[in-house]
Design a protein around this ligand. Structure first.
Ligand SMILES: [Mn+2]
Length: 388
């Protein structure tokens, strides 16, 4: 447990509650840096931020530097660190049709410079991950954009940034954050799988991975635990956004565990313990919370929700450990076939022609259809650990 580290985005706790149907419901501190002190006080190990979380897009260099100095002071005084940075390429009207995939070359060039500026700042502050959420990269209509050139410009943008990181020698990797929709009708790179496919085409794919968010995959009706399982299989889980979501609807950004709880349990189990056969190693990165304290909450509720995220994670972590250590679980893993799925289907050095020459009769293998895998009992044991 002690090696698990938590981080929180400044945009989460500094969200005033404004949504598409209403204005802010909470009074925020004039200076967003105040929240860094509060996060440190609550025992959060690290924070993350967009450039415009600490200064507005129109800020001059003097004001920008003033805020950076205040941020560094907060880090020195509290010991909290900055583990990830990201760039806001979605709020300003100029990004209404994307940054890397905007039809306007001027917007794309402005967006690229804005991103690189934040990467320089992140490196200066010690951040090792740069997250790219292309919230405005997409369309409302299928004929709005040339789909070859849009993906080519997206890939070009990512590759250019990755090449810059390498050229500067920064200890930093890029993590793409998929989301299916909202704010765009359809966002490019909508899921973990889509993003992995584009990463495979990049020149600098070695330093580009993923920052999957629980709710974003679940908005697309996908299984988040399976998604990060694939990302970890591909060595591409570079960062993670933990939160809560109740199925396919608007992006709820609830506290971690406040949505699909049993899936949260299996997510924690995979992150903390790896896969049962050891192919997926335990995740060593920050457990990052990207959520929105509900609009109904006052400032008090904001800080309670920060604590809630960490407390739930720790509780699930303990329960996942107990589930794995339970002898019934280990017996049922064997019954479920865990000790057979790890044996390759072909024998060592078995050629495809040798394989085809051997008899594999239907009657020999039909007994498999009657084999009791005990999946329901295994799941019941997990549930009992979860609610005990
Ligand atoms: Mn979200």
């Amino acid at each position: 447990m002690s090696d698990i580290k938590f981080s929180v985005g400044l945009w989460t706790v500094n969200w005033g509650g404004a949504d598409p149907f209403g204005t802010a419901t909470r009074h925020l501190e004039d200076n967003p840096i105040a929240s860094v002190y509060k996060l440190a006080e609550l025992g959060v190990d690290a924070f993350t931020f967009h450039d415009n979380d600490i200064y507005p897009i129109e800020a001059d260099s003097t004001f920008r530097q003033k805020r950076i100095n205040e941020l560094k002071k907060a880090m020195q005084e509290t010991g909290i660190i900055c583990e990830m940075v990201t760039t806001n390429t979605f709020s300003d009207p100029l990004f209404k049709d994307g940054a890397f995939t905007s039809p306007s070359r001027n917007v794309r060039r402005f967006g690229l410079k804005k991103i690189i500026k934040q990467i320089d700042l992140g490196a200066e502050l010690g951040a090792t991950t740069f997250v790219m959420w292309g919230g405005r990269e997409g369309t409302e209509y299928d004929n709005s954009k040339d789909l070859y050139d849009s993906h080519a410009r997206y890939a070009e943008g990512i590759d250019t940034v990755a090449a810059y990181i390498k050229q500067k020698g920064y200890n930093m990797r890029i993590a793409l954050e998929p989301k299916p929709n909202e704010p765009r009708g359809d966002i490019f790179l909508p899921t973990i799988g889509h993003a992995l496919a584009l990463i495979g085409t990049l020149d600098n794919k070695d330093i580009v991975g993923l920052n999957p968010e629980v709710g974003h995959e679940q908005m697309a009706t996908l299984n988040f635990t399976h998604g990060i399982g694939l990302a970890m299989y591909c060595d591409k889980l570079f960062h993670i956004d933990l939160n809560g979501q109740n199925g396919p609807r608007y992006d709820q950004d609830l506290v971690f565990g406040h949505g699909n709880l049993i899936q949260s349990f299996f997510t924690v189990d995979l992150l903390d313990n790896g896969s049962p056969n050891g192919g997926i190693k335990p995740y060593t990165g920050y457990r990052h919370f990207d959520y929105k304290p509900s609009r109904t909450e006052t400032t008090k509720g904001v800080w309670e929700s920060v604590i809630g995220n960490m407390k739930t994670y720790k509780m699930l972590s303990q329960k996942a450990k107990a589930y794995r250590a339970d002898p019934r679980t280990q017996d049922l893993f064997a019954q479920a076939g865990y000790n057979e799925i790890n044996i390759p289907t072909l024998a060592p050095n078995e050629s495809i022609s040798d394989f085809l020459a051997k008899d594999q009769s239907f009657s020999e293998t039909s007994e498999a259809s009657e084999y009791d895998r005990g999946y329901v009992q295994l799941h019941q044991i997990a549930l009992e650990h979860l609610i005990s």
